[in-house]
Design a protein around this ligand. Structure first.
Ligand code: PMP
Length: 318
């Protein structure tokens, strides 16, 4: 077993049981030919385990594989592999209300390649870890800083797929932000440098009255599965949702801002700093809209309310 460097979602005791062998000339190590997914399994009161929209992760990995010149799994192969992994690790799924099991499927070019070319062989693996809250703030509002020097994605690039290199691109700005006490970084588009993109690991929503706006999917941000689900939940709750270009200046007029993602779920934003300006929301507590959407989504994911959308997949551990 080798220790994994600690990051917020992993417990100090997290170990991956077993290493893999990797060719030093593998496509993933040299060219960044790799993709991953992030999912969560929740334990229900009756002991069964719920997955949330696993077919969506399968489809996203398939479109990412196409962009990264990798062969892809079928939706069925992907979902079966996730189910088998979760059931084999059922003892690590926390009890109800005590967190979830984070699931990380990973597809990579494991064959050797010296020039710039797709690798000749691929490896798909899944590892899991029990997790709690992503941000050290827990469920309390997070503080973001808008990045105005670097970008995580360019039009025509790979920002819209969950490839490993996108995360390498955010490490520097994110480390600098954390060193200054911010929770994370909010990126702007690299053409006009004024439209919101997303945060390092989540999508962003801006609330003004009954209207909830979120940046449209145009290839530079990840089409989040939580984002898509929250749009449907918000519409069912009577909100008007707009997917469009959201100007950074709108942050200063907003009633509430929140982030969505598998790891962050629905995280309220308490403040945003942009150049020399700072805007605060909610006086230290979560906004009413974020709270409502968080509550509906998590109750659905944990099997506490009826799943009218048919989004959850129930696993029965033997
Ligand atoms: N954007 C980025 C860059 C992410 O890494 C994630 C997490 N997968 C998201 C958005 C949210 O996606 P999802 O809701 O599917 O987890």
């Amino acid at each position: 077993p080798s220790p994994i460097r600690r990051c917020a979602p992993l417990s100090d005791t997290f170990r991956v049981s077993g290493n893999i062998e990797l060719n030093p000339a593998s496509g993933v190590l040299n060219l960044g030919q790799g993709l991953f997914e992030g999912m969560k399994a929740y334990r229900k009161q009756d002991g069964n385990i719920l997955l949330f929209r696993p077919e969506e992760n399968a489809l996203r990995m398939r479109s990412g594989a196409e962009r990264m010149c990798m062969p892809s799994l079928t939706v069925e192969q992907f979902v079966e592999a996730v189910k088998a992994t979760v059931l084999a690790n059922k003892r690590w799924v926390p009890p109800p209300g005590k967190g979830s099991l984070y699931i990380r499927p990973l597809l990579m070019g494991s064959g050797a390649v010296l020039g710039v070319a797709p690798a000749p062989e691929y490896t798909f693996l899944i590892y899991v870890s029990p997790v709690g809250n992503y941000f050290k703030e827990g469920l309390a509002p997070i503080n973001l800083i808008v990045e105005h020097e670097s970008h995580r994605a360019t039009p025509g690039g790979t920002g819209g797929v969950k490839t490993i290199g996108n995360y390498a691109a955010v490490l520097k700005a994110q480390s600098a932000a954390k060193a200054k006490g911010y929770s994370d970084v909010l990126y702007l588009d690299c053409v006009h440098k004024k439209y919101l993109e997303e945060v390092s690991s989540c999508n962003i929503f801006v609330v003004k009255g009954d209207v909830i706006s979120t940046p449209a999917i145009k290839g530079t941000i990840l089409p989040g599965i939580t984002r898509k689900s929250i749009i449907d939940v918000a519409c069912s709750q009577g909100f008007q949702v707009e997917e469009r270009a959201v100007d950074v200046d709108e942050l200063f007029e907003a009633d509430e801002v929140f982030c969505t993602g598998t790891a962050v779920v629905v995280s309220p934003v308490g403040s945003i700093t942009y150049l020399d300006k700072r805007v605060s929301y909610g006086e230290g507590s979560s906004g009413a809209v974020s709270q409502k959407l968080y509550s509906v989504l998590t109750r659905l994911q944990m099997g506490l309310i009826e799943d009218k959308m048919d989004w959850t997949m129930e696993l029965k551990p033997a």
